[in-house]
Design a protein around this ligand. Structure first.
Ligand code: PLP
Ligand code: COI
Length: 363
């Protein structure tokens, strides 16, 4: 049970129902936000306090706020799924809350108890439940985040922290829908090194990935794939997704958690679902040459990316400086990828029994 209480102030000028309907019909990703947000403050003396549901709107930040200078910030991403009976559910939100606490420890931020993390999400979704879309593959994307709001330019953990949750209705992350995405292999940049922040979900990781993402787009690709920072050989993950490889002999391989990649909740759920589907799941190091040679020889039959935003998205093409290789398949979703995707989204949208206890009712 959460000990935090939230005061509630309703937005006096919510988005008119007609405009909201227009947005929900084609929400895109991360463009339109709901009428409210949650905030919660922390200081060493008071701990977590001042919980509030407020009209969605700008924060007032001092120009010396530490986050603007030293990037002491973390975030999470999860979704609210509308079920056929109108109820709204989150998928393993406790796992997001636990990862948020791990990220907080790494960034020297105060830990928010998982119960408070869940309470903040629940009250926002209950307040803005009309914003949860009903369309196929649509959901309400929830973005909890926390940052150093103290105005102080000395480099040390801040003593004033703001936690907030905002929400936006979303459709598919990639504008092309569920068609295969192309991946740029970054050899100029790495994402994370051992002892760094790769396993934390902090804004700085994403800032550092942008130059590589720009290269990806310049080379006609949708996403960037990073290799390990030491040998520049081992496949780590994409800028915002984990990777999986389907082998012709029934193996399903994903890069092992070495401390430099984000432990995705979708990744972890796929490990379970794939085992139940009779695949032999392996978490291990996979070299970039294993990817290229495996696709070339037919040993690897499907490659896919996974994450909250991306769900499960087939990878169509790997491009690097000097070459490219098409993933197998005919430009669609491979059989194994499709089966795993259906198993996952059927649970998320309540179309199949939740035998793992992964769903958590929000509204
Ligand atoms: N890796 C990175 C870098 C991400 O940003 C994400 C998205 O959250 C993931 C992996 C997938 O994590 P999850 O499945 O928990 O969304
Ligand atoms: C998510 O999947 O929730 C992320 O945070 C990734 C980002 C690319 C939107």
């Amino acid at each position: 049970m959460s000990a935090v209480r939230f005061t509630e102030s309703r937005n006096p000028a919510p988005v008119p129902a007609e405009r909201r309907a227009e947005i929900l019909a084609a929400p895109g990703f991360g463009k339109h936000f709901t009428d409210h947000m949650v905030t919660l403050r922390w200081t060493p003396d008071q701990g977590w306090h001042d919980g509030a549901v407020l009209p969605y709107g700008p924060f007032q930040l001092d120009p010396a706020a530490a986050v603007l200078h030293y990037a002491q910030e973390i975030f999470e991403g999860l979704k609210g799924y509308r079920h056929a009976d109108g109820s709204v559910w989150a998928f393993r939100p406790e796992a997001n809350g636990e990862r948020f606490a791990r990220s907080a420890r790494r960034l020297a931020l105060p830990e928010l108890p998982v119960a408070d993390f869940l309470a903040a999400i629940e009250i926002l979704v209950r307040t803005d439940r009309e914003w949860v879309p009903t369309g196929e593959e649509q959901s309400l994307y929830l973005r909890p985040f926390m940052f150093a709001s103290e105005s102080f330019l000395g480099v040390r953990p801040a003593k004033e922290i703001l936690f907030s949750v905002i929400a936006c209705p979303v459709g598919s992350y990639f504008s092309g829908g569920i068609k295969p995405v192309s991946i740029w292999l970054s050899t100029n940049y790495t994402r994370a090194a051992l002892g760094g922040t790769g396993a934390a979900k902090c804004g700085g990781n994403y800032a550092a990935s942008l130059a590589a993402q720009v290269e990806a787009v310049e080379n006609g690709c949708d996403q960037v794939c990073f290799l390990d920072a030491v040998d520049r050989t081992w496949v780590e993950e994409l800028g915002g997704m984990n990777l999986y490889f389907v082998y012709a002999d029934g193996r399903l391989v994903t890069p092992a958690l070495t401390g430099t990649i984000l432990e995705g909740i979708t990744r972890s759920s796929i490990l379970t679902l794939a085992g139940e589907q009779g695949l032999k799941v392996e978490e291990r190091q996979i070299g970039i040459d294993d990817w290229r040679d495996g696709v070339d020889s037919g040993e690897i039959t499907e490659v896919f990316a996974c994450g909250t935003a991306a769900v499960i998205t087939p990878v169509g093409r790997l491009v690097w400086d000097g070459g490219s290789i098409e993933s197998p398949g005919d430009g669609g979703t491979g059989t194994v990828t499709g089966r795993l995707r259906r198993a996952l989204v059927d649970i998320q949208y309540g179309r199949t029994p939740d035998s793992h206890g992964w769903l958590h009712r929000l509204a």
